[in-house]
Design a protein around this ligand. Structure first.
Ligand code: NDP
Ligand code: OXD
Length: 304
């Protein structure tokens, strides 16, 4: 019998029924527990909120399975020598697509002019069509590519940028400059790694056209906060809708809360959904038991 340690106490209520059900459907004979002697555990289901920090006593563990897509808070843990898989969950992707499309449309259509109009101004200016509003997505992985596809389906011309070369996608520093220079809306869906930290700095923000909008559901550290605030104050960046921050919850005195050109959402862009995520976890455990390669394996050196 395979022992699965569910090491995220705060989420047990969501997974208590879903995970055993998904394991049974995957044909895995497993017991899911919230406590176990470390040397008896075969798989660990993990999230950054987990109290578990020292993986060294888990000598039998075949993999650590993250419920989060972003793994920057675990990837550098020296006691974790087992394979680490991140979450690619259809439910999470669906949520991210909705958040990105919704906030893109808000800015594209200029909705704020009408939702807050205390002077009852009658301004009949029509927004342009989506086909006239170029959007760039930085990070064309599981989430970025799904968002790009949804935006393209609405006719937005979408430029994607990723680390490696792939069809229809820019890469490298020249690619980034081109992607930023041509974008009226930039969506950042990159992981936090040493290479992506402060990616949007003063110099790169200056490449964006005046009035451009940033949507950041990726990670707070992708953006140099001081540079962004300066670009917002100068009116060079028209608006920033930010879901993620270097410190969360965002401290009450942070200037983002009161900046007229900033919208703060509290890390709610997309959530891992227990019913679909349990099936992803179960499939990886099935693979581990069958000696097949794990899905969504994190490259520890690369950091994502
Ligand atoms: P993926 O690993 O599937 O995709 C990451 C993308 O970023 C890939 O296209 C990758 O390029 C690209 N990338 C990584 N490093 C670089 C670099 N140095 N330069 C250029 N491109 C780079 O991740 P997901 O799409 O699943 O998730 C992205 C991030 O979204 C997560 O890491 C997390 O931080 C965030 N997130 C936020 C949530 C929220 O609620 N706000 C919810 C879930 C995730 P390549 O394709 O070449 O490898
Ligand atoms: C994640 C997140 O990485 O919620 O899954 O940010």
């Amino acid at each position: 019998m395979t022992t699965v340690l569910f090491a995220v106490p705060g989420l047990w209520a969501d997974y208590q029924a879903e995970l055993p059900k998904a394991l049974a459907e995957a044909g895995v004979a497993a017991e899911v527990v919230t406590e176990a002697a470390p040397e008896t555990v075969d798989y660990i289901v993990y999230a950054p909120s987990s109290p578990l920090q020292d993986f060294s006593p888990y000598t039998r563990a075949k993999a650590v399975l993250s419920l989060w897509a972003g793994v920057e808070r675990i990837v550098g843990n020296a006691s974790l020598t087992r394979p680490l898989c991140r979450m690619v969950d259809p439910g999470l992707t669906e949520g991210m697509v909705e958040w990105v499309v919704g906030h893109t449309l808000r800015h594209h259509l200029g909705m704020d002019r009408h939702t807050v109009n205390p002077g009852h101004a009658w301004d009949p200016t029509c927004p342009p069509l989506a086909r006239e509003r170029p959007v760039t997505v930085l990070g064309m992985g599981a989430l970025g590519s799904a968002c790009a596809e949804a935006l393209r389906a609405l006719n937005f011309p979408v430029t994607g940028w990723s680390r490696t070369a792939k069809p229809g996608c820019l890469h490298g520093e020249d690619g980034l400059r081109k992607a930023l220079a041509g974008a009226e809306i930039v969506v950042t869906l990159l992981p936090k790694t040493p290479e992506t930290e402060n990616l949007l700095n003063a110099e790169r923000l200056a490449l964006m056209p005046k009035g451009a909008v940033i949507l950041n559901p990726g990670r707070g550290a992708l953006i140099d906060d001081d540079a962004l605030l300066a670009a917002l104050d100068a009116g060079h960046i028209g608006h920033a809708t930010l879901d993620v921050f270097r410190v969360e919850p965002l401290p009450p005195d942070h200037p983002y809360w009161t900046h007229p050109r900033v919208t703060v959402t509290p890390h709610i862009a997309a959530d891992t959904r227990a019913s679909s995520a349990a099936r992803v976890i179960a499939e990886n455990i099935r693979r581990g038991e069958a000696g097949e390669p794990f899905l969504h394996l994190v490259d520890r050196a690369r950091g994502y």
